[in-house]
Design a protein around this ligand. Structure first.
Ligand code: SAH
Length: 279
C-alpha cells in the first residue's frame, strides 16, 4: 500500500480547526485504506472527471486524485476549502474547489463552464441530511451528465434504495432509483469508521444508469407518490385520486390486481402505470 505524501488527516483537522459541525453532517473518514476502497469501487482512473460533494479534510479527495482523476470538489464549509489548499497546489489543475451548496449546483452548467464533456462520475461520502435529496436530483437529471454514482448512505437508507418489492422497506425511493438505475451494494462501514462516529452504520452503494428509459420520470413520481402515500390501502383506493373512475380499468390494463398494496407492485408494474398516466 502506497503511503501518502501529505500530513495525516488528523493533523489537517487540528491545523485548520475542523471541529465537526453537526448541522453540516460532518463525519470524516480518516483511514486512507477505506477511502481508497471507495475510489476502487467507482473504478476511478486517470481519464475520469469526478464530482465529490463535501470533501471535508480531504481523505476521499486524496484517494480520487491518486489514480490521476480530475476532481471537482463542492464544499459548503469554507474551513475545509482552506484546508484543501495544499492538496490543490500539489495537483495543479486536477483539483477544482467550489465553495457552494451542492443542492444548488447546476451540474450541466458547471461542466459547460469548465469545458468538461459528459458523462462524469460522482463519488462522495455524503452529508446524511441531504443524501436522498441529492440522489433524487441526480437520478432526475436530464440530460444525464453522470455515468456512475458511488455514494455513502446511512445503512437504513441504502436498504430502502436496494429493497425489492414485497419487502417492507420498499417504497418510492426504491422504485425511482431502480427504474432509472441499477443500484448495488459496495460494502458496509461501521459507525466507528468515522470521526466523530454517527449514530448509525453506513453503506456505500454503486449506482449505474440504465439506458433508454421508456417512461417519464415525472409520471413515475406521481404514480408512486399516490400509491405509497397510503401504503396500507389497496391500489384501487390509493390510486383513485390520480386515475378517478379509470382506476380499475387502468389497473387491468397494467395487469395489476386492484387489491394489491403499493409495496407488492414491482418496478415494472409502476413503470406501466406511469405510462398509462402519461397517455
Ligand atoms: N468526504 C469527507 C467529509 C464527509 S462529511 C470525508 O469522508 O471525510 C460531509 C461533508 O459534506 C462535510 O465536509 C460538510 O461540510 C459537507 N457538506 C454538508 N452539506 C453540504 C452541502 N449542502 N453542499 C456541499 N457540501 C456539504
Amino acid at each position: 500500500m502506497s503511503t501518502s505524501p501529505f500530513p495525516p488527516l488528523r493533523e489537517v483537522i487540528d491545523e485548520f480547526g475542523l471541529n465537526a459541525r453537526k448541522s453540516l453532517g460532518q463525519h470524516f473518514l480518516l483511514d486512507l485504506n477505506i477511502t481508497r476502497k471507495i475510489a476502487r469501487l467507482s473504478e476511478i482512473n486517470a481519464s475520469d472527471v469526478v464530482i465529490e460533494i463535501g470533501p471535508g479534510p480531504g481523505g476521499l479527495t486524496r484517494a480520487l486524485l491518486e489514480p490521476g482523476a480530475q476532481v471537482i470538489a463542492i464544499e459548503r464549509d469554507t474551513r475545509c476549502i482552506e484546508a484543501l489548499g495544499p492538496l490543490a497546489a500539489a495537483y495543479p489543475g486536477k483539483l477544482i474547489l467550489l465553495d457552494e451548496d451542492a443542492l444548488r449546483t447546476d451540474e450541466p452548467v458547471l461542466l459547460q463552464q469548465l469545458d468538461i464533456a459528459h458523462p462524469i462520475k460522482v463519488t462522495s461520502n455524503l452529508p446524511y441530511n441531504i443524501s436522498t435529496e441529492l440522489l433524487i436530483k441526480w437520478l432526475k437529471a436530464s440530460p444525464r451528465w453522470w455515468s456512475g454514482l458511488t455514494l455513502m448512505f446511512q445503512k437504513e437508507v441504502a436498504e430502502r434504495i436496494l429493497a425489492p418489492h414485497g419487502n417492507k422497506t420498499y417504497g418510492r425511493l426504491s422504485v425511482i432509483t431502480q427504474a432509472i438505475a441499477n443500484p448495488r451494494k459496495g460494502f458496509d462501514l461501521p459507525a466507528r469508521a468515522f470521526t466523530p462516529p454517527p449514530k448509525v452504520d453506513s453503506t456505500v452503494l454503486q449506482i449505474l444508469p440504465k439506458d433508454n428509459l421508456d417512461f417519464e420520470i415525472a409520471s413515475l413520481e406521481r404514480v408512486t407518490a399516490s400509491a405509497f402515500s397510503q401504503r396500507r390501502k389497496m391500489l384501487r383506493a390509493s390510486l383513485k385520486p390520480l386515475f378517478g373512475d379509470e382506476t380499475e380499468p387502468t389497473l387491468t390494463k397494467a395487469r395489476l390486481d386492484p387489491t394489491l398494496r403499493a409495496e407488492q407492485v414491482s418496478v415494472d408494474g409502476f413503470i406501466c402505470l406511469a405510462n398509462l398516466l402519461a397517455r
